[in-house]
Design a protein around this ligand. Structure first.
Ligand SMILES: C[S@@+](CC[C@H](N)C(=O)[O-])C[C@H]1O[C@@H](n2cnc3c(N)ncnc32)[C@H](O)[C@@H]1O
Length: 228
């Protein structure tokens, strides 16, 4: 039986990624339009979902969400503030607080999302944290404070700007002694994977990584981190 192409398993929205990347490279669109088109597709899909994890872009059931996301906690090595870049409906913010408590840690979650509609939903769901959930593009957002832990996906910027995305988070958003956390993402194998090698080739020192088996045996769920 033919297996699903690995690009499709890694990135369920790979058709969108390919389309906007090609349009950017050909000069048909600029970076602002790249971000706009990504948000334009993601927002209605997340808003139409009927589960909290679906509203954060994860298909499947709650156990699948917990399995695929709770390994982010492996990157948390102490109490502190935690910014979820691309927080969608804020579900990861809530879960990170709970998962951290289960490990004897206290995190104060904050959220940032480029989609105003998703930020509105997150603020409605989490009224006590409404003042900590911001609208903005991580590439340009000016924060009023720094955070001990900042989680992001590198796919929130065009391929050619991913190094800049990591650099700007480390320079402008992570507190001194804090940590940039990348993931979860779909990596390969148990050692350093291609993203980890790529980040090292950009001059970042990857301080740690964690992984969990994926249902597709060609992949693993991965998280890596870089200390500021
Ligand atoms: C897959 S969801 C992530 C949900 C949750 N944080 C998690 O890790 O499972 C990605 C979110 O990132 C947001 N996003 C994409 N590009 C962004 C950018 N440049 N700045 C801020 N948010 C962005 C999208 O609107 C979307 O809500």
């Amino acid at each position: 039986m033919d297996r699903e192409p690995i690009a499709a398993v890694k990135d369920k929205a790979h058709w969108l990624t390919e389309r906007v990347e090609a349009a950017l490279e050909s000069g048909e669109i600029d970076e602002a339009e790249w971000h706009r088109q990504v948000a334009e597709v993601i927002t209605p899909a997340y808003l139409a979902a009927d589960t909290p994890w679906g509203q954060s872009g994860k298909m499947g059931d709650e156990d699948g969400w917990n399995y695929a996301r709770s390994l982010i906690c492996d990157a948390i090595d102490g109490d502190g503030s935690f910014l979820d870049v691309g927080c969608a409906n804020g579900f990861l913010m809530e879960c990170m607080k709970r998962w951290a408590v289960e490990r004897g840690l206290r995190v104060q979650p904050y959220g940032l999302d480029i989609s105003p509609e998703l930020v509105e939903l997150a603020r409605e769901r989490l009224p006590n944290w409404a003042g900590r959930i911001y609208t903005g593009n991580v590439m340009t957002w000016r924060a009023a404070q720094r955070f001990d832990f900042v989680r992001t996906g590198l796919e929130y910027a065009p391929s050619r700007r991913r190094r800049d995305l990591a650099r700007r988070i480390l320079d402008d958003l992570v507190a001194e002694g804090g940590r940039l956390i990348v993931g979860t993402y779909h990596g390969e194998g148990v050692g350093p994977d291609s993203l980890e090698r790529e980040m090292e080739s950009w001059g970042f020192a990857v301080a740690g990584h964690t992984s969990r088996p994926h249902r597709d045996d060609r992949l693993v769920y991965r998280v890596l981190w870089i200390d500021a």
